[in-house]
Structure formats: structure tokens, C-alpha cells
Design a binder for this molecule. Structure first.
Ligand SMILES: Cc1ncc(COP(=O)(O)O)c(C=O)c1O
Length: 373
């Protein structure tokens, strides 16, 4: 089967590039003495998780229990949820713990207490990491808060919890305006975590693991001694944002959306059949502005993006493309779109197609997609 035989829009995943991306990140983590625990949010696929684990990853991360349940069922033995799970989910968590080693994050005293109580009631204990805010200002304890060490001690001493370490997600790295600024976010992340870990150790609290995550930061995080684990996710596919942040080359990007021109209402306007239901409406980030909802390869074999085509607007089923130069695209012709953010695209489709160039190798279900609880 050729990619011209499939109905559009569909998501193509270049198998060789995925394997190269996995090997490159694994080699970088191993050379720095880090464990690699990829975030499975990007692919939501047990098959790709297996590729990552057989090449050296220690396990995977999931955000939600529903995703973790899919991976545990598929035989993934070690799953970390860097997400503030709530004790009301204790029943699902203990069932998951019967299938895999499981750990998750806590950052709030009442939630930590609730989990400890629930685990004691169930006659078990669960590994947790304390989430530390390193500048993204989403979840996490403030490392400068005088109560931070006491909170971490209370977690370590909770009968139903086993403190595995500290964990952060420097999501603000996506807003970095330069390579130097990006490097600085990784540096600040490591020094915040290592400083807090030192204060804990001085207070007699053991901190076995220091876990950091994000794809843009990964190439800088490997430099910081003391970090023990990396959890990048998007590296496995790559996207326009990762290219914009220097974390992937265009030729590393494995996920593209194949779309068909369905109308040419004006010389400067091209309509594609992929809308927000395929590309999502996420904007691209990067050191330089990258307007539009994805970048276009003019035909299926093009190796360079066509900068004269901008996806200006998305409706659910249409992409409205503005052509700023001469454009011969006709209805029925196919283009390839590099999405702004690969992880959200995975979540939009039931299956993707693994390809080798123009040849379709197999359909691959996105088994953990839509698991929002
Ligand atoms: C907690 C956490 N860890 C790791 C990652 C992976 O980061 P990236 O998407 O930059 O690869 C994410 C992504 O959202 C995350 O939320």
C-alpha cells in the first residue's frame, strides 16, 4: 500500500525517523548516566513504548490513570504519572499497582495525607515524588518556601508513601527566545532541584531520584550532574515547535499529516481537508515567530517546507492556506503538513500509519488516546 492509496487526512509516522530519535535520546541519556523515562503522551502507543523500552528506557510516563491502564495492560512494567492524582482514585491505582510498578507526584499536604491514608487502608504503600515548581508555575512546591523541606519530610515519613525523589517539568522552556535562554531554564531547573535536595539531605531526608522533563531542555539537562532521570516525550516524533527551539532538525520530524487540496477559491487561497480536528489549533513556538497552524511540504516527496504557503485559519474540517507566491496546487493534489505540536495530533486520531517514505507499513492504533481520566 502506498500513501497515495489512503484516504486523507491521515497521520503518517516515518518509522525510521522514530527509531533514530529514540536511539539518539537514549544514547544522550546513557552517556550522561541518566535513566530515560519517555513521556508516552506523545505517541500513546504501546508499540512505540516497546521500541523505547527495548532500546533502554526504564519505563514510561503517563499523565492519566486511564493512559497508564492501557500501557500496563500491554505489559509496560514501570509507569510514572507526573500528574497530581487524587486519593479518590485509590481503587484504580491499587488495581494498576497489581500490574506494574507505579509512581506519581504529590505537591499538597492534604493530598499526600489522603494518599497515605488510602494506601494504609489498602495495606500497601506507593512510590511518590514531590513535584517542584521550577518556573512554569503550574503544579509543584515552591523550593524557596521555608516549609518545602518539612513537607518533603512529612511525605517521607507517611506510612502509606515511599518518597522516591523530586520531579520537575520546565514547561516554560517552550517560551525561550534563544538557545542561551533555553540553556538557562535547564540550568535553573537543575539548581533549584539540587539545592532543595541538598537541604532535604542536610535535614536527614533521603532523596534518591531527581527527575526532569521536556524535550527542548533535554540537550542541556544532560550537562547537569545530580539529575538522575529525564522524561522527554515530544522528541520521539518531533514537530514544528521542536524545530523552532533547536531540539529537532526538520529531517528528524517523523509525524506529518497528509492532506488533500479540496478547493482553490482564489489564486492566493488553497483549501486543505485537514482542520482543527486533525492539526489542533495549537500555535508554534520557537526562537523566531512561526505563523500558522503547521508548515507545508508542497508535495509528498518534498524535503523542504514551502515558506510561501501559510495555514492562516483552521475550521474543524478545513485548513485555509494563503499563498504568497505563484501556486499551482490543484484540487486532488496532496501535501504534507508538519504540525505545530505532535502530541495533540496523536490524541485526535484513532490510528496513525507507520510509513517508510511513500510506502505504508502498517496501521498503528493510538491505543491510549482520549483517556482523559
Ligand atoms: C510532567 C511532564 N513531564 C514531561 C513532559 C514531556 O515534555 P515534552 O512534551 O517537552 O517532551 C511533559 C509534557 O507535557 C509533562 O507535562
Amino acid at each position: 500500500v502506498r500513501i497515495t492509496d489512503l484516504e486523507t487526512p491521515f497521520v503518517a509516522i516515518e518509522r525510521r525517523r522514530v527509531l533514530n530519535n529514540i536511539d539518539r535520546m537514549q544514547a544522550a541519556a546513557a552517556a550522561a548516566g541518566r535513566t530515560l523515562r519517555p513521556h508516552a503522551k506523545t505517541h500513546k502507543s504501546p508499540l512505540i513504548a516497546r521500541w523505547q523500552i527495548t532500546r533502554g528506557a526504564i519505563g514510561v510516563c503517563c499523565a492519566k490513570l486511564g493512559e497508564a491502564e492501557v500501557f500496563a495492560e500491554a505489559g509496560v512494567a514501570d509507569i510514572r504519572l507526573p500528574y497530581p492524582l487524587q486519593p479518590s482514585n485509590a481503587g484504580r491505582l491499587t488495581a494498576l499497582m497489581d500490574k506494574a510498578r507505579v509512581s506519581f507526584i504529590v505537591d499538597h499536604p492534604a493530598v499526600a495525607r489522603g494518599w497515605s491514608d488510602a494506601m494504609v487502608r489498602a495495606g500497601r504503600s506507593v512510590e511518590v515524588l514531590v513535584k517542584v515548581d521550577v518556573g512554569f508555575h503550574r503544579c509543584g512546591v515552591d523550593a524557596e518556601d521555608p516549609g518545602a523541606v518539612e513537607f518533603i519530610r512529612s511525605v517521607a515519613e507517611s506510612p502509606g508513601l515511599k518518597l522516591a525523589g523530586l520531579l520537575s517539568h520546565a514547561g516554560h522552556s517552550y517560551g525561550a527566545a534563544s538557545e542561551e535562554a533555553l540553556a538557562q531554564t535547564a540550568c535553573d531547573e537543575a539548581s533549584t532541584l539540587l539545592g532543595l535536595a541538598d537541604r532535604c539531605r542536610t535535614a536527614g531526608v533521603e532523596i534518591p531520584e531527581i527527575s526532569v522533563g521536556t524535550t527542548p531542555n533535554a540537550r542541556f539537562s544532560v550537562r547537569h550532574r545530580g539529575v538522575t532521570e529525564m522524561r522527554p516525550g515530544a522528541y520521539v516524533y518531533g514537530d514544528r515547535t521542536q524545530v523552532g527551539l533547536g531540539a529537532a532538525a526538520l529531517d528528524d520530524c517523523a509525524l506529518t499529516v497528509i492532506a488533500t487540496v479540496v478547493s482553490r477559491p482564489a489564486p492566493d487561497r488553497v483549501i486543505l481537508d485537514c482542520g482543527s480536528k486533525t492539526l489542533s489549533s495549537d500555535a508554534a513556538r520557537g526562537f523566531r515567530a512561526a505563523p500558522g497552524y503547521g508548515a507545508i511540504f508542497r508535495d509528498l516527496e518534498a524535503t523542504d517546507l514551502d515558506s510561501s504557503l501559510t495555514i492562516e485559519r483552521l475550521s474543524e474540517e478545513h485548513a485555509t492556506v494563503r499563498a504568497t507566491g505563484p501556486c499551482s496546487l490543484r484540487p486532488g493534489e496532496r501535501v504534507r503538513v508538519l504540525p505545530n505540536h505532535c502530541c495533540v495530533v496523536s490524541n485526535l486520531v484513532d490510528e496513525v500509519h507507520l510509513v517508510d517514505g511513500l510506502e505504508v507499513l502498517q496501521a498503528m492504533p493510538v491505543a491510549a488516546r482520549g483517556r482523559i481520566t
